[in-house]
Design a protein around this ligand. Structure first.
Ligand SMILES: [Zn+2]
Length: 393
């Protein structure tokens, strides 16, 4: 399973100045059998690789790239038609770098790229749509905890055991009977407190991004009073569940549904917010030129992009400045620039390295009108009061 650290490592890699592009990215999306046969798939892939080798040879690219491409053909040959998972490979022969990852089969297609950096957009789309989720099923005595990541769900074991129930036989009915009832009630509260505390600790250790609960209405009320406000903020929703009998697959379905609904809602809200903020000249910018400037100023909190967004730009060979105007020399440092076929290849790794939240927007006409790229800002450098003045003591 791909981790945040893996992505960061991929986002760091970049060819050095005098190297031709040598970073190879391969995405494999399995087809449904009625769509294309495995044989056809293999032929298509061979064509794809042959074209890529031809392109690479035109640019006088190196032998190690050709070896990596051959390795991809071999690998693809082993991905049989019934392969359920998608796959991503990132390779750079010059650096003896090779990474393979299994992914949910939700890529837009099988693709191959050779460039100065890895092509991370499809990966970022997937990861953005799949935060690390902790799913907690609980009743008054038990709790089961699951990790949901990239559409795979795993139950954590041994975290919570059923609390020993005090027997009803404690003392006589009547006074002592009432006492035993209260004890059971105390135990349940203690249990909810314990679960809430455990979740708070897990969040502090950064073990998940979001939370989903499965429980009955009455238990939810008891748990909620113990949940730290930070945890409530991370909560995406809850569903009704029977803790003892619920199967992993049902957890995946229920939690997946809640995740999709909350993502759709968040996307709509973000688009509305960024457009409003941009209109009032406040914490929002739209269009590539303004977004690039805000990225450079370190202002961006969340970047929104159309799912199929592409744009030409130039990149400074010296300082890395990105410019939407196709200028030959960098306006910041004067060094020469190089053309980027798609500015996303530079933007996406930059957002990953800087922990900027990335959201993809699809089929929103308002967003389309402003150029399919926008950013929500943490601050605006030109508007912050007394900003940038450091006083040495
Ligand atoms: Zn420059």
């Amino acid at each position: 399973m791909i981790t945040r650290e893996d992505i960061r490592e991929l986002a760091q890699l970049q060819c050095i100045e005098d190297e031709e592009g040598c970073a190879l990215t391969f995405y494999f999306q399995p087809r449904t059998p009625q769509n294309k046969s495995h044989r056809e798939e293999a032929i298509l892939l061979k064509d794809l690789v042959r074209d890529t080798i031809r392109e690479a040879e035109k640019g006088g690219k190196n032998e190690s790239l050709r070896r990596d491409l051959q390795r991809i053909v071999d690998l693809a040959g082993r991905l049989h038609g019934n392969q359920a998972r998608a796959k991503a490979v990132f390779a750079c022969g010059n650096r003896h770098f090779w990474r393979e990852f299994d992914l949910p089969p939700q890529l837009s297609g099988t693709q191959l790229f050779v460039n100065r950096r890895f092509h991370l957009k499809p990966l970022a789309v997937l990861l953005g749509a799949h935060p690390r989720i902790c799913v907690v099923l609980l009743d008054r005595h038990k709790a089961r905890v699951f990790d949901l990541r990239l559409d795979e769900v795993k139950e954590q074991e041994g975290l919570f055991r059923p609390l020993p129930r005090r027997g009803r036989g404690d003392g006589f009915a009547g006074y002592d009977g009432g006492h035993a009832e209260r004890s059971v009630q105390d135990e349940a509260l203690h249990h909810f407190k314990f679960v809430a505390e455990h979740l708070r600790e897990a969040l502090e250790k950064d073990l998940f991004d979001n939370l989903i609960f499965g429980c009955q209405e009455s238990n939810w009320h008891d748990l909620e009073t113990h949940l730290h406000p930070y945890l409530k903020k991370r909560m995406l929703g809850r569903f009704s569940a029977d803790v003892g009998s619920m199967k992993t697959e049902q957890v995946r379905e229920q939690a997946g549904r809640i995740l999709r609904e909350s993502q759709d809602e968040r996307r709509r809200n973000l688009v509305k917010e960024v457009l409003d903020q941009a209109k009032s000249n406040s914490r929002g910018v739209t269009g590539l030129r303004r977004v690039l400037r805000s990225l450079e100023m370190g202002e961006v909190q969340t970047l929104l992009m159309g799912e199929n967004y592409r744009a030409h730009a130039v990149e400074c060979t010296g300082c890395g400045h990105l410019d939407a105007h196709m200028v030959r020399y960098c306006p910041a440092c004067g060094r020469s620039t190089r053309e980027l076929e798609d500015v996303c290849d530079a933007i996406v790794p930059a957002t990953i390295r800087r922990d900027i939240e990335l959201f993809y927007v699809d089929g929103d006409p308002e967003f389309d009108k402003v150029g399919n790229i926008a950013a929500l800002l943490r601050f605006r450098a030109d508007q912050s009061k007394g900003g940038g003045v450091a006083v040495a003591s």
